[in-house]
Design a protein around this ligand. Structure first.
Ligand SMILES: Cc1ncc(COP(=O)(O)O)c(C=O)c1O
Ligand SMILES: [Zn+2]
Length: 368
């Protein structure tokens, strides 16, 4: 089984259809039953492409790679809490988005696409621009005008055309969506191949734990592309019999913008309407996540939970990580801050294996 399926009308489309959403307007997912031989995987280079058979792509696709993936899983202790952090900030462009971008741009190349459009708070835009450059695909990147200078410079360095959009993150998404009417939308939210990349995060965590799943995984949620990819990856590994139980998935949002935590509290199955307040965690300031229903389902299915952290907790955790030699941007401190809060609340077993991700490098948003 290998095709695209619409999450709204259920229509299926060939895996090599040059589309990023269903003609009905619905979000597409990839339907795939992967197979993987861990003994073969072990012989391969330390990039996410070691899981090639498990990554759904058009036939004959050739990997567009900058050596992404297989990031270290580092033991850390903060405030007396021990956990494992996957160092996504050392990815080629400095964030976990490289996973999705490498796979998505590989697919775009196989489809013969020569121009892509993407919108982001900065990191997904950098990643698409970098892999686009590697593939010889032109990219138009839409970002909010408040995006950090470092991220703008990074996107420009890859030769992308930058569009700075005044207003909210939603205004930026709307501008990109309009441009995408006439282009291939390399959206980390809409395009299902992005999740084929982020799912390798789960494959790596399990391989690094000798093909065991951790008990609990704590991840930040804006549009939920890492959490959804992780959920997909753990589900596939379980299906293939490579792990026993899948972990509980804990999603963390900034209290200033928490449509999914609000929905979870109220028992809703779609993101709750919220009026966001400014947050230092700009990467997750998403008021209306498109895949919100899927995120809520994934968290429920895993017997996980969703929680918020305050601006003070984010800043304190970012500071504490720095004092451990780990320089991350504020958005990347959200999940570790949530992990500390959860551990201190006593709801986790003391011996549970906890894994989180440091999702973005501090140099991307450095202020003096
Ligand atoms: C550093 C960082 N962490 C986490 C996220 C959240 O990812 P998502 O919006 O896919 O949930 C982002 C998104 O831009 C990010 O840049
Ligand atoms: Zn449809």
């Amino acid at each position: 089984m290998l095709h695209l399926v619409c999450s709204v009308c259920g229509e299926t489309h060939p895996i090599d259809a040059p589309i990023w959403r269903c003609p009905c307007g619905g979000l597409l997912d990839v339907a795939h039953t992967p197979k993987l031989d861990p003994a073969e995987v072990a012989k391969r280079p330390a990039t996410l492409w070691r899981y090639r058979e498990a990554i759904a792509l058009a036939r004959n696709a050739m990997a567009i790679t900058l050596g992404e993936g297989f990031t270290p899983l580092l033991p850390i202790e903060l405030e007396g809490v021990r956990f494992l952090a996957k160092l996504e900030q050392i990815a080629p462009t400095g964030s976990f988005k490289d996973r999705g971008a490498s796979v998505l741009i590989t697919q775009a190349t196989a489809l013969g696409i020569d121009l892509v459009v993407e919108d982001s708070s900065g990191n997904a835009g950098s990643a698409i621009a970098a892999y686009g450059a590697r593939a010889g695909i032109a990219s138009h990147i839409y970002v909010p005008s408040s995006t950090s200078q470092a991220k703008l410079a990074q996107i420009a360095a890859y030769g992308a055309t930058l569009h700075r959009i005044p207003g909210t993150r939603q205004d930026t998404a709307d501008a990109a969506l309009e441009a995408a009417e006439a282009a291939y939308y390399a959206s980390h939210v809409w395009n299902p191949f992005f999740l084929q990349g982020t799912k390798t995060w789960a494959y790596e965590v399990c391989e690094q734990l000798a093909w065991h799943a951790p008990d609990v995984v704590v991840l930040p949620i804006g549009n939920g592309t890492l959490l959804l990819g992780a959920a997909l990856g753990f589900a596939e590994l379980q299906e293939m019999g490579l792990i026993g139980n899948a972990p509980r998935l804990i999603g963390v949002q900034a209290a200033s913008c928490a449509p999914l935590v609000e929905a979870y509290r109220q028992g809703m199955d779609e993101p709750a309407p919220v009026t966001p307040a400014p947050t230092q965690a700009k990467g997750i300031a998403i008021a209306a996540p498109r895949r919100g229903r899927q995120i809520l389902e994934a968290v429920h299915r895993s017997r996980g939970t969703l929680l918020v952290v305050s601006e003070d907790e984010i800043a304190a955790t970012q500071h504490a990580l720095g004092r451990q030699g780990l320089y991350v941007e504020a958005t990347a401190a959200v999940a570790p801050a949530g992990l500390l809060r959860l551990r201190q609340s006593g709801v986790l077993r003391r011996d549970a294996t906890l894994v989180t991700a440091l999702t973005g490098h501090g140099l991307k948003a450095a202020t003096g």
